[in-house]
Design a protein around this ligand. Structure first.
Ligand SMILES: Nc1ncnc2c1ncn2[C@@H]1O[C@H](COP(=O)(O)OP(=O)(O)OP(=O)(O)O)[C@@H](O)[C@H]1O
Length: 256
């Protein structure tokens, strides 16, 4: 479904991503892990159209998408969420979902603001879809609460909801577990699993929570210093000596 071929990203002479290649098969949940500064976010930004690669190519569903802006990727079904949720804090949870009508750039805040009146006026079906989405996520009780007042975990669920308002095929999740309490984390995992198994979403997750990765993700791709160190099942990656040395020694090694 997605193929990265020798991606490179330079920032004023510093090579943050250094020839990264891997494939993502349709229907999988892939974890992208690695120590701080490994290049995971930079890679996400290139896939999601926020950064133009210095070199290399990205193919999505057979077409070259290298350097395409996020709004074009969004309409192709490639959607990303953020480590820090990008909700409109003064709008309600329901309104936040209604903003994300298909064929609109999920990240283009200004264009979303400008189109809000139009969305509100014409889209009864959008409202129904937003209500359904809140129900699926177990957020119906906060539908009319301002998004800024939601807990960290509820905001993460709302971000996931934004992807459900589109015809998402590939969803990039940036640290979905970060700042989420254990109860909501289980719920988030369950919803990601349902979206994957029952609705056909393919996911790539940047994540540090090894429990979540073990439960949900196969394969796991480990990056270090801008490169892919190894890719395989959680068990394979966890026990690889290079990975232990680069990263997992301090985290999984300690937890497992
Ligand atoms: N816009 C930028 N300008 C210069 N250097 C950058 C820029 N963005 C990232 N970097 C550098 O590129 C390297 C990779 O950063 P990146 O954020 O992609 O790593 P990461 O694996 O996501 O780390 P973390 O897990 O801490 O989020 C780091 O050394 C970072 O300082």
């Amino acid at each position: 479904m997605l193929e990265l071929n020798q991606l490179v990203m330079d920032f004023s002479g510093f090579r943050a991503v250094n020839g990264c290649s891997f494939k993502v098969d349709e229907g999988t949940i892939t974890a992208l892990i690695g120590p701080n500064g490994a290049g995971k976010t930079t890679l996400f930004n290139m896939i999601a159209g926020a950064l133009k690669p210095t070199s290399g190519t990205i193919t999505f569903q057979g077409g070259d998408i290298t350097g395409l802006p996020s709004n074009e990727l969004f309409s192709k079904g490639l959607v990303r969420t953020f480590q820090i949720p990008h909700e409109f804090h003064r709008l309600t949870a329901l309104e936040n979902l209604m903003m994300v009508a298909p064929n609109q750039p999920g990240e283009a805040l200004l264009s979303n603001w400008l189109s809000w009146g139009r969305v509100k006026a014409v889209e009864k079906d959008v409202e129904a879809k937003a209500e359904e989405t809140l129900e699926f996520l177990g957020l119906t009780q906060v539908a009319h609460e301002r998004a800024g007042n939601l807990s960290g975990g509820q905001k993460k669920l709302l971000e996931l909801g934004r992807t459900m308002m589109t015809d998402a095929k590939l969803v990039l999740l940036d640290e979905p577990a970060a700042g989420v309490n254990r109860t909501l984390l289980r719920k988030l995992e369950e919803k990601i699993e349902i979206l994957n198994k029952e609705r056909g979403y393919t996911f790539i997750l940047i994540e540090h929570d090894m429990e979540m990765i073990e439960k949900l993700c196969d394969p796991v791709v480990c990056m270090a210093e801008g490169r892919v160190l190894i890719e395989g099942s959680f068990q394979t990656v966890r026990s690889d000596p290079q990975v232990l040395e680069a990263y997992l020694g301090e985290t999984v090694g300690a937890e497992a």
